[in-house]
Design a protein around this ligand. Sequence first.
Ligand code: 5GP
Ligand code: ZN
Length: 114
Amino acid sequence: MTDCLFCKIVAGDIEPDTVLETDNVLAFRDINPQAPTHVLVIPKRHIESINALTAEDAALVGELYLAARAVAEKEGIAESGYRTVMNCGEGAGQTVFHIHLHVLGGRALSWPPG
Ligand code: 5GP
Ligand code: ZN
């Protein structure tokens, strides 16, 4: 996916502010943070959205959540509370069509979101 922004980040064409990296997953700071901690956790392999997931991706999705928790621990927000969000589709606010988990914390977060 040469025209995918997050694939370019994975490839090293764009250098992210990396928080954590594993064999399959990369976590880096959002360029337009909505909270003191706002990190994006992505699979290194291109998957467009939740709608494109297959059963074979189940373990990888689990890795995204374990990485999100590791990010929260690293950022010191695991105990105070944090939110993970995965937008699916334009109507839900997805703007980058390479699946990603937002990890938000470091301030009070209201619920439900707007
Ligand atoms: P979405 O709206 O698709 O759920 O989330 C995409 C996120 O990617 C947004 O929060 C946006 O600020 C972030 N983003 C867009 N372009 C870049 C970029 O070049 N670098 C980083 N680190 N984040 C980006
Ligand atoms: Zn991609």
